[in-house]
Structure formats: C-alpha cells, structure tokens
Design a protein around this ligand. Structure first.
Ligand code: NAP
Length: 300
C-alpha cells in the first residue's frame, strides 16, 4: 500500500507559467504534471496521478485560461475550472491531502470602485469568471483543507503573457495602443510561486483550520494595462531595445473582446499577510525581473 510521500508537492499545470515557476523554485520536492497524464476533464487520470505520486500536498495551477475562447467553449472551461477541480478536491480529501487551488480576479465584475476584499460577493461577468468562481466553492466544499488563492494579471519571463507580448510588440512597432482604463494588480509568476511555497511550508508544519478559505494573492500596488505595458517597455530599454515613439492609452470600447474584462479588479491582499505573513513584492520590481528573464532566454 502506498503512503503519502513526506516532501512531495504535486503541481498541476504542465508547461503553464505558474507551474513552470513552481518547478524552478520548488526544486526536487516539486513534481509537475500536465496533460495527458493529468487532465482535469478526465477524472481517471487524476486518481491515477495521485496513486502514482502519493503527494503530501497538491497545488492546482492548471486551468482553462483562454478567457475569450471560454465564451464559446463552455464545456471545456467548466471541466477545467469547476468540475475537474471539484473532483481533484474530493480525491485529495479522501486521501487526507491538503490542496492549494489558484483562482482569479475575474470572479469580480470590477465595479466596486476600491480594492476587493475576500468577503465581497463574487460577481463574475464571463464564462471564465463564472467557472472559476464555481470551482472555488466546489473545492472548499469537497476538501475543507483547501487554500484558494485569487491572483491577477500573471506575467513572467517565460511562457506567453502580456509583458512578453508587449516587449515583442515594442521591438517591431513604433506605435502601440494599449487599454488604459482597466485597473488591476500585476503579479509575477515567480513571486506567486514563492508565496505558494511559503504557504506550503506552513501547511506542512501542521494544518491549522484558520488556513482554510479564500485569499487574494497579487503583486503589491496596481496599474492599468497601459501602465504595465509602459513599464515592460521601459525595462526593455535596459537591454538595448528602443522605446516606441508612442504608446497610446486607449479605452476599453476601442479594443473589443468576446469576454468583458473587469474595469477595476484591484485586490486587497492584506488577509494573506495577516494569516500567512506573506506579502508579494511590488509589481514594478517583478516586471524588471521578468523582462531580464525574457532577454536572458531569448535566442541570440
Ligand atoms: N494568467 C493570468 O493572467 C491569470 C490571472 C488570474 C488568475 N490566473 C490563474 O492562475 C493559475 C495559473 O495560470 P497560468 O498563468 O499559469 O496559466 P497558463 O500558463 O495558461 O497554464 C495553465 C495550464 O493549465 C493546463 N490545463 C488547461 N486545461 C487543462 C485540463 N483540462 N487539465 C489539465 N491541465 C489543463 C494547460 O495545459 P496545456 O498546455 O495542456 O493546455 C496549461 O499548462 C490558473 O488557475 C489561472 O486561472 C491566471
């Protein structure tokens, strides 16, 4: 009979940006699984993965993150973001494995006017947001020993993300247009991974029921997509890239998307600091590090 491996942390999310950061920063105690070995849409693969690795803790960093595509692919988004995590949480509960599950600021409409706190009611406006909000509740119901982390605007120096897209666009274009009237808290995937590993250490020291529940976990400070783009492009100049002649701030209505983004999804992360003593670095510092990594990994 297998027993939980003392130190093994199972991370879902394959080649995703948060899973990659957890792999790099967690070292040998982290095993990352992805499709097809582990598929949130195929319950038998989840049971087989837990049986194979017998982890002492699971971090679910896998999700349907294609926000616009989710509007037309409701079944896939629901499986990855709601029913799959529910089944994973059920399996974890049955085997006494605590679960850290990652969620999103898109559970909010973005019309509060100040930073959201965890006790604010969720008001998702999109399929992605609705399935993630339902997933949070399903996870907490199925495995009371769960920590749900709502993060936002995740970027890194690896994988495909907004910061890298802007740096690449700035290398090819003299004029860029970026939405300037949506606000949020950009989060470096490495910083989030470090925060998660800090929570893992505290859970491993002994589960406490006060850990259970929802937390906001984002980079410190806030900006607009335009502010984030300008920061990334400014950091790129340290690597010899020329600043575009113009980076224009445009309005949401001038950049229509199938899924409506929250206008202002700033998240108050003080609960994370109160309970776990963890505060993520300033988002601007994270951008500098991500851009450095981007240029270090770029083929010559
Ligand atoms: N990226 C953001 O800006 C952002 C913002 C707020 C919250 N979040 C949350 O943060 C977490 C991590 O996001 P991320 O930025 O690392 O996303 P990501 O880079 O898109 O990675 C997501 C990973 O999930 C995997 N996945 C998708 N469907 C799956 C399924 N049915 N079964 C198993 N794996 C599946 C994908 O695998 P494949 O490669 O096989 O497709 C991908 O590797 C997610 O919970 C996301 O909702 C992200």
């Amino acid at each position: 009979m297998s027993t939980a491996s003392d130190n093994l942390i199972l991370v879902t999310g394959g080649q995703g940006q948060l899973a990659s950061s957890l792999k790099t920063l967690g070292g040998s105690r982290v095993v990352v699984v992805g499709r097809p070995e582990f598929d949130l849409a195929a319950p038998e693969t989840m049971a087989a993965t837990l049986a194979r690795y017998t982890p002492s803790l699971v971090v679910n960093a896998a999700a349907w993150t294609a926000v616009d595509l989710a509007e037309s692919e409701v079944g896939g988004a629901t499986a990855a973001n709601e029913t799959g995590p529910a089944e994973l949480a059920r399996l974890c509960a049955a085997q006494g494995i605590p679960l850290i599950h990652v969620s999103t600021d898109y559970v909010y409409a973005g019309d509060k006017g100040t930073a959201y706190v965890e006790t604010d009611p969720v008001t998702p406006q999109t399929v992605y947001g609705r399935t993630k909000a339902a997933g949070e509740q399903a996870v907490l119901k199925a495995q009371p020993r769960s920590v749900v982390l709502r993060t936002a605007w995740v970027y890194s120096g690896h994988c495909k993300n907004f910061v890298r897209t802007m740096v690449n666009a700035g290398a090819k274009n003299t004029h860029l247009k970026v939405v300037g009237d949506q606000y949020g808290c950009p989060t470096n995937a490495d910083d989030l991974a470090k925060a998660i590993l800090g929570i893992v250490d505290q859970i491993k020291a002994g589960w406490q029921d006060r850990f259970a529940g929802i937390y906001h976990a984002c980079g410190t400070g806030d900006t607009s997509w335009h502010g984030l783009a300008v920061a990334a492009l400014e950091e790129a100049t340290r690597h010899g890239q020329t600043m575009p002649v113009e980076v224009a701030a445009i309005r949401t209505e001038d950049w229509p998307t199938p899924a409506k983004r929250p206008q202002d999804s700033r998240l108050d992360c003080s609960k994370l600091e109160r309970v776990f003593g963890i505060r993520l670095p300033e988002w601007r510092d994270g951008v500098a590090r991500a851009v450095d990594e981007h240029f270090a990994s770029k083929p010559a």
